[in-house]
Ligand binder design. Structure first.
Ligand code: AMP
Ligand code: GLY
Length: 423
């Protein structure tokens, strides 16, 4: 079959590699893809937001399955355009992707259906938000309602910081209309775990757990980023936690969405915090996480096409998800300065070291093929993933493999997966 992957980051490269391993796939296209994806797929220069051109391309090229990976097109309704054209696409429709597109929607849903999460209030008006903050307990968390590249969450330690945060989000509109409405949420503490679940509208099956490192610098210092590295599984995600989450969070969310007439078909990414009072939802995403996909998918034994089709056909109950016993660690190689100012266009050397090496992967995020070779073309450049018998071994392997790659302003965190030493 012919597959089209919509997107062009490390996550999409990890999806493309899984598709390339499927016996059922004869040809892969990616829109727009990147230099790494281009080695296993034909990249076409269509924007992820251009539903009309994507649908036309899928029709003209007789694509059997389109995988819509990023949040923006899902929230904007690109999956709806495929459905209207009678084409098969993996990813939630707009009325279900709202679970990621509006934090106020997801908080109201959790409240209505008793899904554990932090206490909150929603505000459309900055004065009312500030009046509420005057009486609230610090620290406190402010969240822009809409999509903000994962950067619309402010953790405020003092009332002054919180008032400044309201100004940034609602008055200065740092994230545009995403901040027209904000959620003010109770601050929680605990271990964070990401669990990405396949959903067919009725059934939900979680993949192996993972943990992201969102801050730019070692020791969880510095600015929030799209993610600087991940590991899977999380040692903190015990069987007991899994059992609780399956009943009270995953299936409960699926049932809640169905009850609201918003059947969720796609990936429901549950960002969890393991608090003293049990697991609580920090956020939902309506897609594979990046870089979570770069550790979870390499561990998945199933043919990805079988699983994605089972979701679309409402037959996920017939699938047994299987993950390798091995652990995986992904270290992001970024351009120094990310997530603020950085230079790009530097030649990347050493990519060939990953060829034919079992259990080692280099996923491209911000790269470009030029006459000089493959060059850096973004903040997050590559994801280096390695497996190992244990998390400690996988981490040692991943850091060893980071040495195989070089470019002028290469930057990485040195403590991805470090918490696992505490075990
Ligand atoms: P989100 O995009 O909602 O996952 O938020 C980004 C990050 O902010 C999360 O990964 C957490 O580290 C942190 N965060 C979000 N909500 C809370 C909360 N209620 N309490 C503490 N930290 C939070
Ligand atoms: N790694 C977090 C995300 O994909 O949103």
């Amino acid at each position: 079959m012919k597959v089209l992957i919509v997107g062009g980051g490390g996550r999409e490269h990890a999806i493309a590699v899984k598709c390339s391993q499927s016996k059922r796939v004869s040809k892969i296209y990616a829109a727009p893809g990147n230099a790494g994806i281009g080695e296993i797929a034909e990249c076409v220069d269509i924007s992820v937001m251009d539903a009309t051109s994507l649908v036309k391309f899928a029709k003209d090229n007789e694509i059997d399955l389109t995988i819509i990976a990023p949040d923006d097109p899902l929230v904007a309704g690109v999956a709806d355009a495929f459905k209207e054209a009678g084409l098969r696409a993996f990813g939630p429709l707009k009325n279900a992707a709202i679970i990621e597109g509006s934090k106020a929607f997801s908080k109201d849903l959790m409240k209505k259906y008793n899904i554990p999460s932090a206490a909150y209030e929603t505000f459309d008006n900055a004065d009312a938000a500030i009046a509420y903050l005057e009486t609230a307990k610090m620290p406190i968390v402010l969240k822009a309602d809409g999509l903000a590249l994962g950067k619309g969450v402010l953790i405020c330690n003092t009332l002054e910081e919180a008032k400044e945060g309201v100004k940034t989000l609602m008055l200065d509109k740092q994230f545009g209309s995403a901040g027209d409405r904000i959620v003010i949420e109770e601050f929680m503490t605990g271990r964070e775990v990401s669990v990405l679940c396949y959903c067919d509208g009725t059934h939900i099956k979680p993949m192996a757990s993972a943990q992201d490192h969102k801050r730019a610098k070692d020791g969880d210092q510095g600015l929030n980023t799209g993610g600087m590295g991940t590991f899977s599984p999380s040692p903190f995600y015990t069987e007991e936690v899994d059992k609780f989450c399956k009943e009270n969070i995953y299936q409960a969310t699926m049932d809640a969405m169905k009850a609201e007439g918003r059947d969720f078909v796609g990936i429901l990414f549950c960002g969890l915090m393991l608090t003293e009072d049990g697991p609580k939802v920090l956020e939902y995403n309506a897609r594979f996480g990046d870089p979570e996909a770069q550790v979870v998918l390499p561990r998945m034994k199933n043919d990805i096409i079988d699983v994605l089709e089972a979701c679309i056909d409402g037959k996920l109950d017939e699938i047994e998800l299987e993950f390798e016993d091995k652990a995986a660690v992904c270290v992001i190689l970024a351009s120094d300065g990310y997530p603020e100012h950085y230079d790009k266009g530097f030649v990347i050397s050493g990519l060939e070291n990953f060829k034919d090496k079992e259990d080692y992967y280099v996923f491209h995020a911000g790269t470009k093929l030029t006459d000089e070779g493959i060059v850096t073309n973004g903040g997050r450049v590559l994801g280096v993933t390695a497996k190992g018998a244990t998390l400690v071994e996988a981490r040692a392997n991943a850091y060893e493999a980071t040495k195989w790659i070089d470019f002028a302003n290469k930057y990485m965190r040195n403590d991805i997966g470090k918490a696992i030493d505490e075990q």
